[in-house]
Ligand binder design. Structure first.
Ligand code: M6R
Length: 369
C-alpha cells in the first residue's frame, strides 16, 4: 500500500502534484472562473464580512498564516490567523460579520473544533477547509471546502498542506470575486497560475537528489535554523516543524527581519541556516533585504542553504548550498518552496534512524485538547 516507497511520507510527497491538481478540479469552469458551489454561505453574507479569522494547529496553522497574505492582498478584508488552541481563551472579538476559517486535515483536531464551536456561539460563520469527508469539523461548520489530497497516513503532513494552501487561495479569490475586489480577468489569471503549480511541483521533485545528499551530511548536527520573509516566513516555520517532528532536532523558524533583534546571536561557525528567498521580481525590496541577511549570517560563519528562484544570480555567491525552485507568482511561492523542506526533513530522519511515518510521541490526529 506504500506504492513501492519505503515510507508513506515519501509516497505522499510524491503525490503532491496530483493532490494539487485534484483540489483545483471541478472548481474552475470552462471560462476559467471560480465556481465554489460547496461554499454555501450566501453572497450577501460574504459581502458583509468585515473580518476573517483563521484557526488551525501545526502545519494547518502555517497554511493559515500564508492564507492571510492572500486574503488581505486580494480582498482587502482584515485577516488574522490564530493558533486554535489559544483562540477561545483570549475572549476574541467575533460577530455576525466575522468569517472564521477552520483548517484541518483530519477534521478531528479537538483544539480546532473547540475554536470553531466558540466562534459559532458568538454568531460568526464558519467555513471549514478539510481533507476528511464527513469528519466532525466540517459537520459542525456552516460550509466546507474539501481538499482532495486523498488519505494522508504519515504523521507529518505534506500533501495535505499543499492542498490546504490551494483551498485557501481559492477561498481568497472567491471572496474577492463575490465582493468585487478581484475582477474576472484577475481571477482567471491567478487560476491559470495555480493550474501550473502541479507541473512545477513535479519539477521540484525531480531535482531533489542534492537535497537528500545535503540532509545526510547534516545528520550529526544539533540545530538548524530557518529564515524567510513575507509568505516565506510561514514556509520557514513549516520547515522547522517538519525537522522537529521527524529528525528530533532543534529547529527554529524566524522572520529574517527579526534576525537583528535577537536570533543573529545564535549564529556560529558551521551552523546550518536554511533561507527561503522571495522572488527577485515583484517584491524586489524584500529580495534585496534577504540577500543582505544571507551575507550577514555567512560573515558570522553560518552554512547557508538557500532556496531561491531559478535564475536568481544575486544569491549564488552567498549560498553554500543552492536549492533552485521554479519561478512562481510571489504569493504562490510556498507551494513550491515547501517541497524541498519536506524532502530534507524526511531524509534527515532516515539518516538519523528515526521512524519516518510514526515519529515518537506524536499521533496523526490530536483528539484531545
Ligand atoms: O488534522 P489537522 O490538520 O487538524 O492537524 C493539525 C496538526 O496536528 C498537524 O498539522 C500536525 O502539526 C502535523 N503532524 C504536522 O506535520
Amino acid at each position: 500500500e506504500k506504492g513501492g516507497y519505503d515510507y508513506f511520507m515519501l509516497k505522499e510527497i510524491a503525490e503532491q502534484p496530483k493532490a494539487v491538481a485534484d483540489t483545483l478540479l471541478g472548481r474552475i469552469d470552462a471560462a476559467g472562473t471560480l465556481s465554489l458551489d460547496e461554499v454555501r454561505i450566501p453572497g450577501p453574507v460574504l459581502r458583509e464580512v468585515d473580518k476573517v479569522v483563521i484557526v488551525a494547529c501545526g502545519t494547518a496553522y502555517h497554511a493559515g498564516l500564508i492564507a492571510k497574505y492572500a486574503i488581505e492582498h486580494w480582498t482587502r478584508i482584515p485577516c488574522e490567523t490564530e493558533l486554535a488552541s489559544e483562540f477561545r481563551y483570549r475572549d476574541p472579538i467575533l460577530g455576525r460579520r466575522t468569517l472564521v476559517i477552520a483548517i484541518s486535515q483530519s477534521g478531528e483536531t479537538m483544539d480546532t473544533l473547540m475554536a470553531l464551536r466558540h466562534a459559532r456561539e458568538q454568531g460568526a460563520k464558519v467555513l471549514a477547509i478539510c481533507n476528511t469527508n464527513g469528519s466532525t469539523i466540517p459537520r459542525e461548520s456552516d460550509a466546507v471546502l474539501y481538499t482532495h489530497a486523498g488519505p494522508e497516513v504519515a504523521v507529518a503532513s505534506t500533501k495535505a498542506f499543499l492542498t490546504q494552501l490551494v483551498a485557501c487561495y481559492l477561498v481568497a479569490l472567491y471572496l474577492g470575486q463575490v465582493r468585487g475586489t478581484k475582477w474576472g480577468d484577475e481571477v482567471r489569471s491567478v487560476v491559470r497560475e495555480l493550474s501550473d503549480i502541479a507541473t512545477q511541483v513535479d519539477e521540484v521533485l525531480e531535482t531533489m537528489e542534492p537535497v537528500r545528499e545535503l540532509a545526510r551530511s547534516l545528520a550529526d548536527k544539533g540545530t538548524v535554523l530557518f529564515l524567510g520573509r513575507h509568505v516565506g516566513y510561514p514556509v520557514a516555520l513549516e520547515g522547522a516543524l517538519k525537522l522537529k517532528e521527524l529528525a528530533y532536532m532543534h529547529a527554529e523558524g524566524f522572520a529574517a527581519g527579526e534576525l537583528k533583534h535577537g536570533p543573529i546571536a545564535l549564529i556560529e561557525e558551521d551552523l546550518p541556516v536554511v533561507v527561503v528567498v522571495p522572488s527577485p521580481r515583484g517584491r524586489s525590496v524584500l529580495h534585496d533585504k534577504i540577500v543582505s541577511n544571507i551575507q550577514e549570517i555567512r560573515a558570522r560563519g553560518a552554512r547557508t542553504i538557500v532556496i531561491a528562484e531559478r535564475g536568481d544570480e544575486a544569491v549564488r555567491p552567498y549560498a553554500d548550498h543552492l536549492i533552485e525552485i521554479p519561478a512562481t507568482p510571489v504569493l504562490l511561492q510556498p507551494l513550491v518552496a515547501t517541497v524541498p523542506l519536506q524532502v530534507f526533513a524526511c531524509e534527515l530522519a532516515t539518516a538519523r534512524g528515526n521512524e519516518v511515518d510514526q515519529p515518537r510521541n506524536l499521533a496523526k490526529s490530536v483528539t484531545v485538547e
